[in-house]
Design a protein around this ligand. Sequence first.
Ligand code: PLP
Length: 453
Amino acid sequence: MTLIQPRRPELRTALPGPKAAEIMRRDREKLSTSYMRPFPFVPDHGEGVWLTDVDGNTMLDFMAGIAVSTTGYNHPHVVEAISAQARRFMHVCLTDYPQEVTTDLAERLVSHVARPGENWRVFFGNSGAEAVEAAVKLARNHTGRSHVISTIGSFHGRTYGAITLTGSKTKYKRGFGPLLPNVSHVPYPNPFRPAFGATPETVSDAVLSYVEDVLFQTVIPADEVAAFIVEPMQGEGGYIVPPADFLRKLRALCDRHGIMLIFDEVQAGMGRSGKFLSYQHFEGVQPDIITMAKGLASGMPISAMLAREEVMTWGVGSHGSTFGGNPVAAAAAMATLDLLDGTVKHEGCGESLMENARLVGEYCMDEFRALQRNYPFIGDVRGRGLFIGVEFVDASGRPDAKIRDAASAAMFERGLLNLDCGESSIRLSPPLILTREEAGVGMEIVADALASL
Ligand SMILES: Cc1ncc(COP(=O)(O)O)c(C=O)c1O
């Protein structure tokens, strides 16, 4: 039997190399001062889960452009769909005219969400924040109420409504006020750091009784609350999976008070968790409104806000977008869904990319847990599928961003592109075409990087 040796990162220059350094210099001079540049990497081209920079350095990608490049950087099936649609037409405007590819996409998204007997409808935008804005506008319009509840640690985007809902870092809000009125934040039930002195078993009840017994009695009348928006698995806040009972109990609370339940699936959705949407890991829960974006079209900009038929009651012309539902992006989404659900197979990834995410994700979590036994600075390993968070802690168990940053830099120096999240965590969010062998190469780099600390 011949063993196929998986590819490895190839670093030809120090990072950044001369060409990358020059582009970074020009970038610093002309681009917005708000852009972050965590690592000196300037991409030139991609191939599967490998990205090569402008100086010929090839890195293994464990971040997928913030959980976007579901099928890698230029999957032939997606590229073909994009060019075929571009040859037909690139834009007419979905607000005014139907277009077949976007109708196909709407039907396909609904088929992943609707239960028997339900109909859902879809509004298309271009970004996660736009989907979130649409969700909140619809919830207010439908209920005739104004207040919205969100969670601490959440991230919902950078537009005014979305930053108001975001609860992860104050830097997103400093100097930008006034924000949207009538928004409150409550703790997210993090089993590793339960709020209110609760335990992982009691934290869902603790959070929800805070909403019911404190917030609704002292701050906002429940019958003025339009929506509760929540990430079913929290992304930027640390890749956190809530306890099994949380979403079901939250659904019951919303039902008691006529509150729309919005699940923001922008980061955890689109197959990354091993199911199409992350809330589908929790039995018996169905939201009223869902937002999707990021990985939906493998990097082409498109987002979707889905709502149950009874909820999408806003009037003709009340909401729209010039580019939203662009046909080229919609074709890319259809091709991405082919690979996610296994209509089209990707060699080396089993029946579907969703199944691959589940299996390769389990392997990576096992490897991280093995490392955790050797390294006390790994406080927690959590996630589902290829949505994995690893939290770094100091000797007393407090979040330790310094050791996280050192680990992250050591991985990068060894050829592994990675991203942080939360206060002191690293997120593993690779393309879903990552094979078990490529994951093995990545985990060897992680082990070597941690050993160097
Ligand atoms: C859960 C969630 N919602 C919304 C957004 C905003 O998406 P976008 O940056 O496309 O506006 C993000 C982005 O990270 C996200 O993670």
